[in-house]
Ligand binder design. Structure first.
Ligand SMILES: NC(=O)c1ccc[n+]([C@@H]2O[C@H](COP(=O)([O-])OP(=O)(O)OC[C@H]3O[C@@H](n4cnc5c(N)ncnc54)[C@H](O)[C@@H]3O)[C@@H](O)[C@H]2O)c1
Length: 438
């Protein structure tokens, strides 16, 4: 049983407070709004949420939940503080942190007066870096203690959906948290020990980023469904049926497939079909901004890779793989487009791609299976990865081939490398190695 002060009695705060109290913890809910405090102490929920009021009523009745205006006393009376205050949107779109920063000062000053270890867990939504750069310095300054040593710090984002918040609390899709200290990790694991879901331990910034990634992903899904609905309607079709069928495929459509950060998309279908759908929408006079954004973002990703290569200052580029994927052909290969861009910038590009070499050998007239961007590709092909490395200033890894792994790992030591595949996964970007996503 833990003693927990929950700061903020909005959606996240009341649901957390009531559920923690139901789970057997002693909870003090804190809010500067007297009406909210009075409602909770009267056994009422200050927000309308399915199943919440009985939880509040029961917890207040058995003494496991009490609400107060007195923040200092709440910190003194508990071992852990959950920060669930609001974060607004500033005029420029940045996150408004005023409630969080005020509260860090309040809690920090209260911690200064304690001689027992107190842990501060932020649950409000804050952009990556806010814990390290804003919250922790404020808490340290106000408490006069070192974070992770004199008091505990964690970031534990909330993913609940309004209307199903209590159900989501007990059956979450994702639990992830970051912390500065072992005690805080242990505490968060203890508080989540009965959840039917793995609790993921990460660093503070990753936990902050996962929260925004989750929100943005949900927003993109909603927008995508609306765009498909609009195009379907313009075609006299029922978008609900279309989306329902799309969602029935949990292998490719609703799965982790196609959700890895990486290089640009390509191949015989994806770019072509997005272009065609956008064109269909235009013909029907329906806006399809997401389709336009997909195509633009893809072009930008190719340019980003080209810039990474240019930034090395090397003139001789050794491209490992030029087909869309290992063993694939060159139709709409973003690697072929990237190579063409580098050639246009005046760089010398040589290519190792065993499958394209075989295609050349089999067909004397072929330029590499639907290669429409590099007319002299045949002359740029080299027969082995070793020969490619020997002739390269910078190595550009576009595809992974088993026989290339060891020579590339060795070459990384004395060649600048731009890696679009993340091979090997353990290597992180430094002076000579740059991964497109690391
Ligand atoms: N609402 C959701 O569904 C949801 C879901 C996940 C995450 N979040 C995030 O969680 C955070 C809280 O969201 P919310 O919807 O519960 O916010 P809210 O605005 O509904 O409630 C915030 C509460 O904090 C109180 N407060 C302000 N300053 C305080 C202080 N110094 N001490 C104590 N209480 C104080 C306010 O009076 C208010 O009651 C936000 O960052 C939000 O983005 C919200």
């Amino acid at each position: 049983m833990a003693k927990i002060s929950v700061f903020g009695t909005g959606y996240v705060g009341v649901v957390s407070a009531a559920c923690l109290a139901k789970d057997g913890h002693l909870v003090v809910a804190v809010d500067p709004i007297p009406e909210r405090v009075a409602m909770i102490n009267a056994g009422q929920s200050p927000i309308i949420e399915t199943g919440l009021e009985p939880l509040v009523r029961g917890a207040v009745a058995n003494g496991s939940l009490v609400a107060t205006l007195d923040a200092d006393q709440a910190v003194l009376d508990t071992d852990v503080s959950y920060v669930c205050v609001g974060t607004s949107s500033n005029r420029d779109g940045s996150v408004g942190l005023a409630q969080v920063t005020d509260l860090c000062g309040i809690i920090g000053r209260a911690i200064a007066a304690k001689d027992t270890y107190h842990t501060v867990i932020i649950r409000s939504t804050i952009v990556p870096g806010t814990m390290d750069e804003v919250c922790v310095p404020l808490l340290e300054a106000a408490s006069g203690k070192k974070a992770g040593v004199g008091f505990g710090v964690g970031y534990y984002p909330e993913f609940l959906r309004e209307n199903t918040a209590v159900a989501d609390y007990y059956d979450p899709g994702l639990i992830v948290f970051g912390a500065l200290d072992h005690q805080t990790f242990a505490l968060l694991n203890l508080l989540n020990r009965n959840m039917p879901c793995v609790a993921h331990e990460v660093d503070l910034r990753t936990a902050e980023m996962v929260k925004y990634t989750s929100t943005a992903w949900r927003a993109v899904k909603v927008t995508f469904a609306h765009e498909i609905g609009n195009i379907s309607r313009a075609c006299g079709l029922d978008g609900q049926v279309v989306m329902k069928l799309l969602c029935s495929d949990d292998r490719a459509n609703l799965s982790a497939d196609f959700l890895r950060p990486g290089f640009a998309l390509g191949g015989s279908c994806l770019p072509r079909d997005v272009r065609a759908l956008r064109q269909l929408a235009r013909a029907k006079d329906v806006a399809a901004p997401l389709m336009t954004a997909v195509l633009q973002a893809n072009e930008d990703q190719i340019e980003r890779a080209a810039q990474m290569v240019a930034d090395t200052g090397e003139q001789a580029v050794g491209l490992v793989g030029i087909s869309c994927q290992p063993g694939d052909d060159l139709r709409e290969s973003p690697l072929a487009k990237l190579a063409a861009r580098l050639i246009a910038k005046g760089l010398q590009v040589q290519v190792y791609d065993p499958n394209v070499s075989v295609a050349h050998a089999l067909d004397a007239d072929a330029s590499g299976g639907s290669n429409d961007v590099i007319p002299d590709l045949r002359d740029r092909m080299v027969p082995s990865i070793e020969a490619l490395i020997a002739g390269s200033g910078v190595i550009l890894v576009g595809n992974s081939y088993a026989e290339a792994a060891a020579p590339l790992a060795a070459a990384m030591k004395d060649h600048p490398m731009v890696d679009l595949t993340r091979v090997p996964p353990s290597v992180v970007s430094d002076g000579t190695y740059q991964g497109i996503f690391r």
